[in-house]
Write a protein that binds this ligand. Structure first.
Ligand code: NOJ
Length: 740
């Protein structure tokens, strides 16, 4: 986010004229409360959606129709700087009050959770990250920015860039997986996609301001390390781990220009991230140089009382403001307490000025002062989804699918084969969406059943069972009688991942394993398609099922994307952004584990389990294709400032395919224990059947260091290993001695 000199001067001029109350007003975000319209509480409604009494879509509709309190009078008084809202007419109405009826005429900034698409919902982040495709990450983000801006939403509470290594935590679905390097590439690409429209003319003739939004990287920080995978739980780690694993995506996003950040709910080493001076002020603002502002998570400032770190609302507001928290989400605690705190000398005027300046700067950069309203044309621009948007959601979905097993070469299916489609998820048009999407329309959604039918294939649907359903033996018999092949869609309902959806058991929920066993027992070939929002524990499935496709929750085009992969019209290229365990008890599980003194091996007294493997069933970076790739001749040359790895990759199969070549490094001897492998680069190569190419990946020496426990980045001379291959577990290796 870069302001022109003139924009900065306008912000300065405004600040000079504002009262203390008006400045604090800017620091207040309203989450409009529901007033009437329901006979039940918010919690009850969510429960009904969770246990299937109402669908997700019905829940969204109930919400959108509910009456809300927008506190128009407070907007008029300049006591609200931001609103969470998804209603273009209401947007113009509230904006008019702010701009034309408040003393300073400062526009509101409207924020919303646009995590993996607005109307055009694309794959959940955990799936999209597995495409290993920064260009794709950018393009999907840009599409979401353009769509939401037409509805007045110019601030996305995204990207979610928490590294997640424990798939019990339901929010792993929203983020880019277990690896800090991949998460950092994802983070910066998303920032460029959301924000860089500010500096480019759009090819489609739309105004510049309609092509970008302010990003809000979240959840800052270490939320993904929640102990035992339980949401909102405590986190505790060394400074080196914080800087090496959890901070890098936030650093990369800030360097890419991220306008804002959202602090996370968790405490970190005893200090809630909402009031954490080290992470907010010292690191994000002073060290990384965040230009815009920090917002709390919902109610999080007030929750510092529940954390037992603040005595009361006043104390919570004081601590948060002083730590560098610029905006309060949803509690009004700042407007109620901060004036008093300034007058008593508990919060300085500089703190308030800084927060107000940061917030006004983002609004100025978004061009909200000169163009606060949305036009009717914009509002209806995407009433019918443009073909380009549909195509991009399809492309993203295809690139995110991971082929896990294809032992008997049942895939790709032949067009003349009759398909029995099984599983309650298969015909459901809304479960393809995943958690945290709120602006999609059911008319755009293509279920697996619809996608298969769209190909003209002979397909019949037999529910047979599902994540929460009983097994229906009769339907199993019918499925076996009809199809040449059974495609079984199993997994999780959307509500089983995402916020507040941690699971203590990460196997397939309900009776789905039993269902799969019964389908196998019919003797018909079974293709298992997984639809889920986390890395599941798949030990049993990997052992018993010959054909497994990881389909995640891929957004509105999921059905078409899956069909194109099952029939071989699209040759899968996706890789896993998270390691899959055999059993839940292996969690947290990640490939880049620090070296132990007794690495797991054949002998008893090594780091392993007596009742489960220590390695993953499917590792990070893994994913098959309908062809095969062979790697040879790895050479690593040293230049003045880099290592250059060259490897030959050959397509040894019968069809054209694309491989993601991955480069890992190990710092073999260092002053701190280092990971057994760390991803440091990747490249894509497309090869015709039989073709061989040399792939070159460069690793800058500057990136070969690590953070020590003072938070200082160091590079140490000595022995390094460079690994190159098609997954974190299958690589060629070369060793070198380096003196930096
Ligand atoms: C709580 C969630 O943790 C956060 O991700 C989200 O952006 C806010 N609520 C606002 O909806």
């Amino acid at each position: 986010m870069k302001l022109t000199l003139q924009q900065q001067q306008r912000v300065d001029a405004l600040l000079q004229q504002m009262t203390l109350e008006e400045k604090i007003g800017q620091m207040n975000q309203l989450s409009p409360s529901l007033v009437g319209g329901f006979d039940m509480s918010f919690e009850e409604m969510i429960e009904m959606a969770m246990d299937g009494r109402i669908t997700q879509e019905e829940l969204s509709e109930m919400f959108s129709k509910a009456e809300r309190d927008y506190r128009e009078d407070d907007i008029r008084k300049g006591l609200i700087g931001s609103v969470m809202l998804q209603d273009p007419d209401k947007y113009n109405e509230l904006q008019r009050i702010a701009v034309e009826e408040s003393r300073m005429g400062i526009p509101l900034i409207i924020g919303l959770d646009v995590i993996h698409g607005f109307r055009s919902v694309y794959p959940i982040a955990l799936a999209e990250a597995g495409a290993f495709d920064p260009d794709l990450f950018q393009r999907t983000a840009r599409m979401a920015a353009k769509e939401s801006r037409t509805q007045g939403i110019s601030w996305h509470f995204a990207p979610m860039i928490d590294v997640g290594r424990d798939s019990r935590w339901g929010r792993v679905s929203e983020g880019p997986g277990e690896d800090p390097y991949l998460a950092s590439r994802f983070a910066e690409a998303k920032i460029h996609g959301l924000q860089d429209g500010a500096y480019e003319d759009a090819a489609d003739g739309t105004e510049r301001r309609e092509n970008y939004v302010a990003a809000c990287m979240k959840h800052y920080v270490a939320y993904g390390a929640a102990e035992s995978g339980r949401d909102y739980n405590t986190t505790s780690m060394s400074i080196s781990q914080l800087h090496n694993v959890y901070l890098p995506p936030f650093k990369a996003a800030t360097e890419a220009g991220a306008a804002t950040a959202m602090a996370s709910f968790n405490d970190l080493n005893g200090v809630p991230c909402t009031v954490n001076t080290y992470t907010l002020r010292r690191t994000l603002k002073e060290r990384y140089g965040l230009q815009g502002f920090v917002v709390s998570d919902a109610n999080a400032i007030r929750e510092c009382i529940d954390h037992g770190i603040a005595a009361d609302r006043y104390d919570a507001a004081r601590q948060a403001a002083n730590a560098g928290m610029d905006m309060d989400m949803g509690t009004s605690i700042y407007v109620e307490e901060l004036k008093n705190a300034v007058e008593r000398g508990d919060v300085s005027m500089e703190v308030i000025d800084e927060a107000a300046r940061r917030i006004l700067s983002v609004k100025m950069w978004l061009d909200l002062f000169d163009h606060p309203y949305i036009t009717d044309e914009a509002k209806h621009r995407y009433d019918k989804l443009p073909k380009g948007h549909v195509d991009l959601t399809l492309e993203a979905a295809q690139k995110s699918i991971v082929l896990l097993k294809n032992d008997d070469h049942v895939l790709p299916l032949k067009k003349e084969q009759k398909i029995s489609l099984v599983g309650s998820l298969a015909a459901n048009p809304t479960e393809i969406i995943g958690a945290w999407a709120m602006s999609w329309k059911s008319e755009d959604c293509v279920s697996i059943l619809d996608g298969l039918k769209n190909t003209g294939a002979a397909v019949e649907y037999f529910p047979c069972g599902g994540p929460a359903e009983e097994i229906n033996e009769e339907e199993i018999a019918q499925a076996a009688a009809y199809g040449d092949v059974i495609v079984a869609v199993v997994g999780e309902y959307s509500a089983m991942s995402g916020e507040a959806s941690s699971r203590a058991d990460t196997t397939l929920p309900g009776k789905q394993r039993e269902l799969l066993a019964k389908l196998l027992a019919t003797g018909k070939p079974v293709v298992t398609l997984l639809m889920n929002g986390r890395a599941l524990a798949l030990g049993w499935e990997a052992e018993h099922l010959p054909t497994i496709v990881e389909g995640w929750q891929l957004g509105i085009q999921m059905g078409n994307a899956v069909a194109s992969v099952l029939f071989g019209d699209y040759n899968p290229t996706g890789k896993l952004a998270a390691s899959f365990p055999y059993v839940t008890g292996q969690l947290p599980l990640y490939y880049n584990h620090p070296s132990t003194g007794r690495p797991g091996g054949k002998f008893k007294f090594t780091s392993k389990y007596i009742d489960a493997p220590f390695e993953p069933v499917f590792p990070f970076g893994y994913g098959l294709s309908y062809t095969t790739f062979a790697y040879c001749d790895l050479t690593v040359k040293e230049t003045e400032d880099a290592l250059v790895a060259c490897v030959k990759v050959k397509n040894t199969g019968e069809v054209c395919g694309t491989e993601t070549v991955q480069l890992y490094m190990q710092d073999v001897t260092a002053s701190l224990v280092r990971p057994v492998k760390e991803l440091k680069g990747f490249a894509k190569v497309t090869l015709a059947a039989g073709e061989e190419k040399e792939v070159v990946i460069e690793l800058k020496k500057a990136d070969m260091g690590f953070y020590n426990n003072d938070g200082v980045y160091v590079r140490e001379d000595g022995k390094f290993r460079i690994f190159v291959g098609g997954s974190s577990a299958d690589t060629l290796m070369q060793e070198l001695d380096l003196a930096f």
